[in-house]
Design a protein. Structure first.
Length: 315
């Protein structure tokens, strides 16, 4: 059943995934308000999008952003798995209170639907079966995953106690044009940056990890599909159903690099305790409710990311 909201507030709509979600919603003719941390001059949002610079943990900024909207997409998050492991207390205090406040304010504002981005890569923990369905046990092994799962539980509580219609999405590993390298999240971007700058690509463990890489534009379409078709109280994976190791990714980058005169070198580092060995998502639930399917194969997506890095000087 489709429920196409026309006025959407995107929290974190100027981030990597958020930029693609904002652009897609704008292209679909929706009225979009973005709440982001930086001044508008520092972000790339379409001209027709209302942009507010502020901290979504600030009730006044949040109330202003929600005003006049009937739906919310929450993509804001202050940490990544690596930084959460370095400082788990900061991971909690910088992410959990603002997320709970958002739920409170959305309920008070009478928001008709909230889509919250969780993590398909961390909330499940070590997989007992691949691909991972939404009913797989959730035993995260990183502070990042634990906090994401806690936010999911708060969302469920608000859904029950206040009637706030909330949909949870659990995306796989996003990659694509515009992703920052060495952010602690995003092997593809880090690998491309390393190759272009003559650096060895860091691989943790003998073969690295196996991940479900999903082009950021497909993740954006999946989030909008969950907004338009997802049922309140439900959780939806956004993945390709295919796993690729770090070495598989490098094998796709290598011919692109060689054609441009670059070499691909690696450095093997010890495996990290907060990295699950393999994570591949089953997204049939989202497909069944919305028809969503990933459109960009990994080889094509890596080609796009490589050309973008070349064309922009890998900024």
């Amino acid at each position: 059943m489709s429920d196409k909201h026309t006025s959407i507030c995107v929290i974190g709509g100027a981030g990597f995934i958020g930029t693609y979600v904002t652009r897609l919603l704008d292209q679909l003719g929706r009225s979009v308000t973005v709440l982001g941390r930086h001044d508008r001059s520092r972000v790339a949002v379409p001209n027709g999008v209302r942009y507010l610079a502020g901290d979504y943990g600030d009730p006044a900024a949040l109330q202003s952003a929600l005003r006049g909207n009937d739906a919310v997409v929450d993509l804001a998050y202050s940490t990544v798995p690596q930084t959460s492991f370095d400082d788990p207390v900061f991971d909690i205090v910088s992410n959990l209170p603002p997320s709970v406040r958002l739920l409170q304010e959305a309920a008070r504002a009478g928001i008709r639907k909230v889509v919250m981005a969780s993590s398909g890569g961390t909330v499940y923990g070590i997989a007992t079966l691949l691909p991972i369905g939404e009913d797989h046990p959730t035993n995260p092994i990183s502070p990042y995953g634990i906090t994401k799962l806690t936010i999911e539980k708060y969302a469920g509580m608000f859904g029950l106690t206040s009637g706030l219609p909330i949909v949870i999405v659990r995306p796989g590993n996003a990659y694509g044009e515009g992703q920052r390298a060495f952010s602690g999240q995003g092997f593809v971007a880090t690998a491309i940056h390393s190759v272009i700058h003559g650096m060895a690509v860091p691989v943790y463990g003998p073969f690295g990890t196996i991940r479900d890489y999903v082009h950021v534009s497909d993740i954006a379409r999946g989030i909008v599909a969950a907004l338009d078709h997802g049922q309140a109280g439900e959780i939806y994976n956004i993945g390709s159903g295919e796993g690729s190791s770090n070495l598989d990714v490098l094998a796709l980058i290598e011919p692109l690099a060689k054609s441009s005169g670059y070499d691909v070198r690696t450095t093997t580092l010890p495996a990290r305790t907060f990295d699950v060995p393999a994570n591949v998502l089953d997204s049939r639930k989202l497909t069944a409710v919305s028809g969503w399917l990933p459109a960009i194969e990994l080889a094509e997506g890596i080609g796009r990311a490589w050309r973008f890095a070349q064309d922009t000087g890998d900024r």
